[in-house]
Design a protein around this ligand. Structure first.
Ligand SMILES: [Zn+2]
Length: 296
């Protein structure tokens, strides 16, 4: 099974012999998102949004080509209070969400309410970068397009879709051209945009890969480059989890352990349970991580 899906859970780039200024990227996820959300009992609309956000994180991570994590997060006052999706430079994805118990809304705006989408680039080395855009569009893709408009100098459009089981995405970006674009290049770009806009949610969900790229842009002869495989994985650890407890502050931690014999912390991303007992208390309070300033 893993072999079979390795080909599908992937980001792919395409080069067009007939449109050299265009960057085309697709992403498709099925087994990887199933593994990712397996232990999270999300209602269908939340699951779909979570998958779309993950697909977007994969495209952005691949676009930037850096060592580290690409993190997309929404925070809003609607029934879906939080969505978070990560893709690391080694193709590892994870995601989680927070939502209200009763969800009756079906539209993106109804589900999200008012809030923002944050795009965070967290390189293994170097400075973290964050860009924020308000959730004003009618879809996640729409919000991302707004993000690209604000932050990228390059014309960029993204399409995302999920059916709750699998999901897919497409990105079209106009690369810079030395000396500007001549009229032929302008025409080519306009045609590519028109063709890309014909993509349907069904196509993205079913076949966001070489098949879709050839179907949409056949006249420009897209050539698929090597696939970048994606898989579910969590970067949580007992130490990282302990850091979250330490962040409460010494008096809070002491009070917590006075109330209960064991303190339990569950990882929202993977369901891993971390237990700390009285024997860990001293370690929890003394072994501060480098740079930690959370304890007085
Ligand atoms: Zn975890």
């Amino acid at each position: 099974m893993t072999e079979l899906h390795a080909d599908r859970d992937a980001v792919r780039r395409y080069q067009c012999t007939e449109a050299k200024d265009a960057r085309i990227i697709t992403v498709h996820l099925d087994q990887a998102v199933a593994d990712m959300l397996d232990h999270q009992a999300m209602p269908e609309p939340v699951k779909m949004l979570c998958q779309e956000l993950t697909a977007a994180a994969c495209i952005l991570s691949n676009m930037l080509k850096f060592e580290g994590d690409m993190i997309l997060q929404t925070k809003s006052d609607g029934p879906v209070r939080l969505l978070m999706a990560e893709c690391s430079s080694d193709g590892r994805i994870r995601a989680t969400a927070q939502w209200d118990d009763a969800i009756s809304a079906t539209s993106f705006r109804g589900l999200m309410g008012t809030g923002y989408l944050a795009v965070t680039v967290e390189p293994s080395q170097g400075e973290r970068y964050q860009g924020i855009v308000p959730l004003e569009a009618d879809s996640l893709a729409g919000c991302l397009n707004q993000y690209f408009e604000n932050s990228e100098q390059l014309d960029t459009r993204v399409w995302l879709a999920s059916d709750g089981v699998q999901c897919g995405g497409l990105l079209l970006q106009r690369l810079p051209s030395e000396g500007g674009y001549d009229s032929e290049a302008q025409d080519t770009w306009s045609t590519l945009e028109v063709l890309a806009q014909t993509v349907t949610s069904n196509e993205l969900v079913e076949s966001a890969g070489p098949l879709l790229a050839y179907r949409l842009f056949s006249e420009f002869e897209p050539r698929g480059l090597e696939a970048w495989p994606l898989h579910f994985g969590c970067s949580c650890s007992r130490e990282r989890s302990a850091r979250a407890i330490r962040a409460l502050g010494e008096s809070e931690v002491v009070a917590l352990f006075a109330e209960q014999t064991q303190v339990q912390l569950d990882c929202h991303f993977c369901g891993q349970v971390y237990l700390y007992d009285q024997a860990d208390l001293e370690w929890l309070l003394s072994d501060q991580p480098p740079g930690s300033d959370t304890l007085q």
